[in-house]
Each structure stands twice: as C-alpha cells, then as structure tokens.
Design a protein around this ligand. Structure first.
Ligand code: C2E
Ligand code: MG
Ligand code: MG
Ligand code: MG
Length: 292
C-alpha cells in the first residue's frame, strides 16, 4: 500500500507517466545522435541599427536538419532536452560553430559579431568560462569581442550570484551579454537593475502585436523608457514591418531584428544578402527620415 501511495504522490508532482518518460528518453537519445551525426545547423538573422542603416551583427539560431522530418525549428526540440546535459552539449556545439563561421566570414571580409543563445543551465555550469576560454584558444584568429551571448533572464532567477559571476567573467574577456526575451520573466525590472548586461532584447511577442494591442504597446513603451533611464542599449525583436520600425524609432529604440529586415538564413546566403541590403530603399527612407 505504501508503495502504491508513493506512486500516486509521484504522479501528482510529475505529469509525465512512464510511457511519456520513456518517449522523452528516446527523443533525447535521438537528439544526441543528431549532434554526433552533424544534423544541426545554425541559421543567422541580421540585426539593424536604424540610425545609420547598417547591419551591426547577426544572431545564430539553431535548426535540426532531420533526415525524415525536414528542417525543425528549435521550439520542437529544445523543450525535450531542457534539464538534460544535452543543453550544455548543444551550447558548446553552437559556440564552436559560431567561431568557425566567424573565422570564415573574417576571411571573406565580413566583420559582423555573432550572437549565440546560451541556455541558463549552460551559463550556470561551473566550468562555463574555462570551456569558453578553451574554445576561444582553438580559434585564435577570432577576437573574443566578435562573440556575444544571449541569455534568458530566467538564468538570474535560478542563481543570481552564479549568473552575475558568469556575466562579469564573460565581459572581462570582451564578450558582451544580451538579456533575451526581456519582459517575459517575472520581476524583469529587478533583473534590469541587478544584471550588468550590455543589451536588452525586447521580446518579439510584445513587439509583434504592439501596433494592434494596446497592452503590448504599453509594455514595449515601458521597457524602452526603463532601458533608456538605465542607460542600457536595447534591441527590439520580431520587427515584421516598416510600421513597427517607425513606431520603435519614435519611442527611442534604434536597434531592430525581425522578418521585416530578414528571416534567419543559412550562412552561405548572408554575403549576398548583405550586398543587396543597402538597396532596400524602403528601410533607407526610414533611416534618412530618422536622421533629420
Ligand atoms: P530567441 O533567441 O528570442 O530568437 C528569436 C526567435 O524569433 C527566433 O525563433 C526567430 O526566428 C524568431 N523571429 C525573428 N524575427 C521574427 C519576426 O519578425 N516574427 C516572428 N514571428 N518571429 C521572429 P527560432 O529560431 O524558432 O528560435 C526560438 C528560440 O529558441 C530562440 O528565441 C532561442 O530562445 C532558442 N534558440 C534558438 N537557437 C538556440 C541555440 O542555439 N541555443 C539555445 N540554447 N537556444 C536557442
Ligand atoms: Mg536570442
Ligand atoms: Mg528573444
Ligand atoms: Mg525567444
């Protein structure tokens, strides 16, 4: 009977039944194979400074080129590996891929910093900095400041002291830290004050609907106001149209990223994309308007 009660208690706290647990284990195993079999890809999305009209960096976003299912977005597999060591393995893979890409672009004369998304669990591993240093040493041609990290504010909720220490040590290496999906975690304002981050990324969910949803507009306005008061650079993601960009510029946000500028693309497409960008007259008009 005690055993039965124990089982019941277990089920109250863990919504996954045995079958689901086994399925998740299989999916994790499959993802581990994908890492080894080189099925993961990084796509890159440009980031724009509307003040000068220049592309100032790119964000690396992982995709899984699944042999049967096609190109999978991270939303389909990141939740499965959350809480497993695979988060760290993915993060280290991403860092190394970004360094390899930086080195290649550098040889082609493209000098754009690459933002890499790092999961909170990975950032908070005890040897995060040592392993990052080891990676940087393997790619000595790439200056550390060309690498930037994006971290969710939940990293601070788990362990603020460890998060602060990791952030400080990255910055000492010249690696900027962005706080990603800002506004989605609770007590965002506290984090804004506590975390010495180099960039605040306003979550795309607020930006996307800001022109039609007055609550989302209020959140975007408040974040931009607060970031400016704290003297922190900010970038709005999810900018799908020129109207979004104009509204953001009017509110005092200069950096943007979103489908309106470009969708994330495979790295081989970026050089050609960068060449045609100055010809995008619609966005150029916005920029010159902004300059006057
Ligand atoms: P994120 O870091 O906040 O990245 C922004 C997401 O918004 C990306 O989705 C991007 O494709 C999408 N996006 C960009 N512009 C627009 C737009 O104008 N409209 C809309 N609707 N969406 C836009 P994606 O690539 O599916 O990535 C989702 C999340 O997965 C990322 O959110 C990030 O948290 C996570 N992620 C992606 N790559 C990695 C990675 O290599 N490592 C880790 N740990 N997490 C990653
Ligand atoms: Mg990001
Ligand atoms: Mg984000
Ligand atoms: Mg996100």
């Amino acid at each position: 009977l005690a055993k039965q009660q124990g089982r019941n208690t277990y089920h109250i706290f863990d919504p996954l039944n045995d079958q689901q647990l086994q399925r998740r284990q299989e999916q994790r195993q499959r993802f581990a194979e994908a890492l080894v079999n080189n099925e993961l890809r990084l796509h890159y999305q440009p980031q724009l400074n509307m003040t000068c009209g220049k592309i100032i960096g790119v964000e690396a976003l992982v995709r899984w080129q699944h042999p049967e299912l096609g190109l999978l977005a991270p939303g389909l597999f990141l939740p499965v590996i959350e809480g497993s060591g695979l988060e760290v393995a993915l993060g280290e893979w991403g860092l190394e891929q970004a360094l390899i890409q930086l080195q290649q672009w550098q040889q082609e004369g493209i000098m754009l910093p690459v933002h890499v998304n790092i999961s909170p669990a990975h950032l908070l591993t005890i040897d995060f900095i040592d392993r990052l240093l080891y990676l940087l040493e393997r790619y000595p041609q790439v200056p550390a400041h060309m690498l930037k990290l994006e971290v969710l504010e939940t990293a601070a909720m788990h362990d603020i002291d460890a998060a602060l220490s990791a952030i400080h040590r990255c910055q000492a290496l010249g690696i900027d830290i962005a706080i990603d999906d800002f506004g989605t975690g609770y007590s965002s304002l506290t984090h804004l004050r506590q975390l010495p981050v180099n960039l605040i990324k306003i979550d795309q969910s607020f930006v996307r609907d800001m022109l039609t949803d007055k609550d989302d507009m209020a959140i975007v306005e408040s974040v931009i106001y607060m970031a400016n008061r704290f003297d922190r650079p900010m970038l709005a993601e999810g900018v799908e149209t020129l109207e979004h960009a104009r509204a953001l510029a009017a509110l005092g946000c200069r950096l943007v990223q979103g489908y309106g500028i470009a969708r994330p693309m495979p790295p081989c497409q970026l050089p050609a994309w960068l060449t045609q960008w100055p010809g995008r007259k619609d966005w150029a008009a916005l920029v010159s308007m902004d300059d006057t």
